[in-house]
Design a protein around this ligand. Structure first.
Ligand code: ADP
Length: 583
């Protein structure tokens, strides 16, 4: 049965009980009041009449004529009233006998017959008056008895009905609040369980009412959540294992910390380098572990972007530290939830670089002697004493001379580069016009640009002052900028080369910039690309580079009192710039 029907029935029942009790009470009260009134009217009046008539008969016996007449009159009035108030069985007979005898008495008194007759009639009247009084007293007693019986009966009924309805109402009071409240409590409890992810929770209300329907819907919801949770959980666990496997198989050492610096995970490489087991690390407070571990202490410290040397003197490995802050997406308030420390193995690059440096140094050194001898031979050839040359031969000699000059310059430059990489830069300052530097760089890069059909657009401000610089090294920086720009530009793209005059903190500078429209650089890498061996972690970009070009450029420029920087937007291209002081 529906709860609504049950409630209506229950309240309807209580309403009927109230109506019944009120109706019965009112009915019997009115009835008892009516009966009392009737007793008063029927019997009490008759008693009053009989009493008056008795008193009157007493007065009739008196000889005083005034009293006699008054008594006669009183008797007559009371008799008349009694004649109109005959209500009981036997009352009529007695009243009529009194009337007959009174009439006779009146006649006798009028005729003034004998005294004996008068006394006899008065005696008969009094006898019947007593009879009348008796009849009415009996009636009063009987009626009062009947009324008492009726009152007892009514009380009995009322007590019975009252007790019955009290029992039912009591049962209602006991049962009904629980009937409504228990399912609500059970439902609240179950909702709490669901909120605590206990999706096995079910409701077991009897079907057939609204709570039954509610239980069905709730159980369906819980089942769906349960299914969703299980399918999701399996998926999440699988993805977690996959990510753990990827992290473990990476050649870089990776350590993950939460926002309270507790170690969340550490891959195989990291545990090897730290010389600790996973159990020593995972779940521990990182600064506590760092107290016993120098490498971890260094990794947790804020400073130091320079490569870290790890291992024995025979087998040294170099690592670059990278700390990546992990943040929730902006949709979730961008909250910081930890950091990942990555130790990138750059030993290979160091070794390559060393090999390259040695190779460059050797080649440069070895080339110097033959080039010098070529120059000497050229000088001899030009000597008239050896023989005269025709104009065509002389032009060829000019070409050879220029080329050998350039070769000599390049070998010198290569030696310089080797010196930079070993930390000894030798700069040869002289005032040079910016245009000269740009032309030099453009000439050098021309072949590379032509191969990719990249268009180099030079844009110089007018009246640029000469700068105080080492031409070869500054041109080398510009060539490095251009070669990167060509590499990241699309086929047949355009690269702008600009030079402009600026002042900063009271000093004058010429600012050189190379703008490309390639893939651009993420903001977080902007400061780091000038670090040695740093390359943006992207498979495409790693091709063919060592991450040294910009670092050497920075050394060249800062050594000359200038500054170097990059402006870039991911996807829109980059502008690499450097400034050099004016002479
Ligand atoms: P290399 O080019 O030898 O890798 P560099 O020091 O010249 O080393 O450059 C460092 C990194 O900076 C590169 O690996 C590349 O990812 C990034 N980079 C340099 N120039 C550009 C550019 N024009 N556009 C996008 N990324 C660049």
């Amino acid at each position: 049965m529906k709860i609504k029907t049950k409630l209506s029935l229950g309240l309807g029942f209580l309403f009927s009980v109230i109506l019944l009790l009120a109706g019965l009470g009112t009915y019997y009260t009115i009835r008892l009041a009516g009966e009392a009134k009737e007793v008063l009217k029927n019997n009490y009046e008759s008693l009053e009449n009989a009493k008056n008539m008795l008193r009157a008969t007493d007065a009739l016996l008196l000889s005083d004529s005034a009293s006699y007449l008054l008594a006669l009159k009183t008797f007559e009035t009371s008799l008349q009233r009694q004649l109109n108030n005959i209500t009981e069985i036997g009352e009529q007979g007695a009243t009529f006998t009194i009337k007959e005898n009174f009439d006779l008495l009146k006649e006798t008194l009028t005729a003034k017959k004998e005294q004996g007759a008068t006394n006899h009639q008065i005696a008969v009247i009094r006898q019947h008056l007593y009879q009348l009084t008796d009849i009415n007293l009996q009636a009063i007693i009987r009626k009062s008895q009947a009324a008492q019986n009726a009152a007892e009966r009514v009380s009995m009924y009322l007590i019975l009905i009252g007790s019955f309805s009290t029992l039912i109402t009591f049962a209602f009071i006991l049962y009904f609040p629980g009937y409504i409240a228990n399912p609500v409590r059970e439902l609240t409890e179950s909702i709490k369980q669901i909120a605590n992810r206990n999706y096995r929770q079910r409701l077991h209300f009897k079907a057939g009412n609204e709570f039954g329907e509610l239980a069905d819907s709730f159980n369906q919801m819980a089942q769906k959540l349960d299914e969703y949770e299980h399918s999701n959980l399996a998926q999440i666990m699988f993805e977690k294992r996959r990510i753990e496997a990827i992290i473990n198989n990476m050649s870089d050492a990776i350590i993950g910390l939460d926002e309270n610096r507790t170690i969340l995970f550490s891959n195989h490489e990291a545990t090897l380098l730290l010389g600790l087991t996973e159990a020593d690390l995972v779940g521990k407070y990182a600064p506590d572990v760092a107290l016993q571990n120098d490498l971890l202490r260094h990794l947790l410290s804020e400073n130091g972007t320079s490569p870290i040397k790890i291992g024995s003197p025979e087998k040294e490995s170099y690592f670059a530290k990278e700390v990546v802050a992990i943040q929730l997406p902006p949709t979730e308030a961008g909250k910081k939830i930890g950091q990942v420390i990555i130790l990138k193995n750059i030993t290979q690059f160091r070794e390559l670089d060393l090999a390259k440096t040695n190779f460059i140094a050797t080649i440069s050194h070895e080339l110097k002697t033959p080039i010098s001898s070529v120059k000497l031979s050229l000088k001899l050839l030009r000597d008239e004493r050896i023989g005269s040359l025709n104009p065509e031969q002389q032009r060829l000699l000019e070409y050879i001379s220029e080329d050998s000059e350039r070769l000599l310059r390049i070998t010198g430059e290569l030696l310089n580069l080797a010196q930079v990489e070993t930390g000894n830069i030798q700069l040869h300052y002289r005032p040079i016009h910016p245009k000269e530097i740009i032309n030099y760089a453009c000439q050098t890069i021309q072949l590379q640009a032509a191969q990719k059909q990249v268009n180099l657009e030079v844009n110089l401000s007018e009246d640029l002052p000469p700068v105080h610089t080492d031409l070869e090294k500054t041109a080398w920086v510009l060539v490095n900028f251009l070669s990167n720009a060509i590499r990241f530009s699309s086929q047949a793209g355009t690269i702008y080369i600009r030079a402009s005059y600026t002042t900063s903190q009271g000093k004058q500078f010429v600012c050189f910039s190379v703008q490309d429209f390639g893939r651009g650089i993420e903001a977080r890498y902007k400061d780091r690309i000038f670090d040695k061996f740093f390359q943006i972690p992207d498979a495409d970009a790693l091709k063919g580079g060592t991450g040294l070009g910009l670092a050497i450029s920075k050394e060249f420029i800062t050594a000359q009192g200038g500054d170097i920087w990059v402006e870039s937007q991911l996807g829109a291209g980059s502008t690499f710039s450097f400034s050099l002081p004016v002479v």
